[in-house]
Design a protein around this ligand. Structure first.
Ligand code: NAD
Ligand code: GLY
Length: 351
């Protein structure tokens, strides 16, 4: 087993990465009330194994599968289930699934009786390298992605790389977008490593995957430890997300996977960076190439013009004092938050 620590004082927690589900500490395993939140795709695969981690048999509730169900309605369904089953403030919630289940469960954990403990057991590559770590929780609103949420750190993150064996290849590729994101925003050497190991990654060689996941979790843990609530540096983790969230919302939640939209968003961020002279054309081409090598899209959906992005980008959570802010690349492996991108510049680059 490999362990990465998220250092947040009293709210610090471990991320355990193993080939199976690592054992829980007694304080969690012996919880009197446990509710596992999952969906009808993941539960038949892993609910029994995860239930067995607890000494008392947990209850469970399944939410319909998909981004379209990361909503206030699902949030309310879970709250009602907890109340109907007389769950107290001691309850431990367990998110068993991908980022949708993780974000939704975390938001319930932040709100139920003003906050209860929760565990992240991420089962997609994307959730293992990104969404289960760092305490961002949210649901979507028709007018914007992740617009309603809270910061709520889990007690522990338990990653079993064996869960990736059942993940559809399109979902695996979507997770690779977030992996490439870490390399582009802060670690050029990791980009070289990814290129060198792309065959083993695509073949899902277990040791290579564990090493890659650990590296991403360590990068995220370090950033979150320095800037938990995104006052500065953490915003860099949104590379590609301003454009990407607009694609997800415009195309209808669930039609484009989050990782696919982020992949195109990163290409757009690279193009904007090149327009400013920070990246070369070759750099942009290599961003495209690495994303394509992992089976990801790199072109804006045919249905979208830059005008379609604008309403979503203007309500992005990075907007400050009415000004849109973008994460751009000052070099491959070096990102920065930029506050002077105008609509005119966007039109010039993408119009
Ligand atoms: P997802 O949760 O929709 O999971 C993708 C699909 O894979 C679903 O159909 C799911 O049922 C299925 N699945 C999950 N595990 C499986 C397994 N082991 N085997 C077979 N099928 C499996 O999508 P995702 O990509 O995991 O997460 C995307 C979400 O994460 C988005 O809502 C995004 O906004 C959010 N996100 C949050 C953060 C954060 O910091 N909180 C960061 C990045 C992304
Ligand atoms: N995925 C962006 C963040 O956690 O900050």
């Amino acid at each position: 087993m490999q362990r990465v620590e998220v250092q947040l004082g009293q709210r610090s927690y471990p991320i355990d990465i193993d080939t199976g589900f690592a054992a829980l500490p007694a304080s969690l395993a012996s919880a009197r009330q446990v509710v596992i939140i999952s969906n009808p795709t993941v539960a038949p695969l892993y609910l029994d194994q995860v239930s067995a981690l607890f000494s008392a048999p947990p209850l469970h509730i399944l939410i319909n599968d998909g981004e379209a169900f990361k909503t206030l309605a699902s949030f309310e369904t879970i709250l009602s289930f907890l109340l109907e089953n007389s769950m107290s403030r001691d309850v431990v919630l367990v998110a068993l699934g991908g980022g949708v289940i993780g974000d939704l469960t975390g938001f319930v954990a932040a709100c139920y009786q003003r906050g209860v403990r929760f565990l992240q057991i991420p089962t997609t590559l994307l959730s293992q390298v990104d969404s289960s770590v760092g305490g961002k929780t949210a649901v979507n609103h028709p007018l914007g992605k992740n617009m309603i949420g809270a910061f709520k750190q889990p007690e522990q993150v338990i990653i079993s790389t064996a869960t990736l064996t059942t993940l559809p290849s399109r979902e695996f590729a979507a997770g690779m977008a977030e992996v490439v994101k870490y390399a582009l925003l802060g670690d050029a050497a990791f980009l070289d490593w990814l290129l060198k190991h792309s065959e083993q990654i695509c073949q899902q060689q277990p040791e290579t995957l564990a090493q890659m996941i650990r590296h991403c979790c360590q990068m995220k843990a370090d950033i979150v430890s320095r800037d938990e609530t995104e006052q500065g540096e953490r915003a860099l983790l949104n590379l590609g997300h301003t454009f990407g969230h607009a694609i997800e919302a415009f195309m209808g939640y669930g039609n484009w996977l989050h990782g696919e939209a982020v992949a195109v968003g990163m290409v757009m961020a690279a193009e904007l960076s090149a327009h400013r002279g920070w990246l070369s054309k070759q750099d942009v081409a290599s961003v495209r190439r690495i994303l394509q090598s992992f089976g990801l899209p790199v072109a804006v959906p045919d249905q979208m013009q830059i005008a379609n992005f604008m309403p979503f980008m203007k309500t992005d959570k990075k907007v400050k004092d009415g000004q849109m802010r973008f994460v751009l690349l000052s070099a491959i492996g070096q990102a920065s938050l930029v506050a002077d991108v105008t609509e005119a510049e966007l039109l010039q680059v993408f119009g």
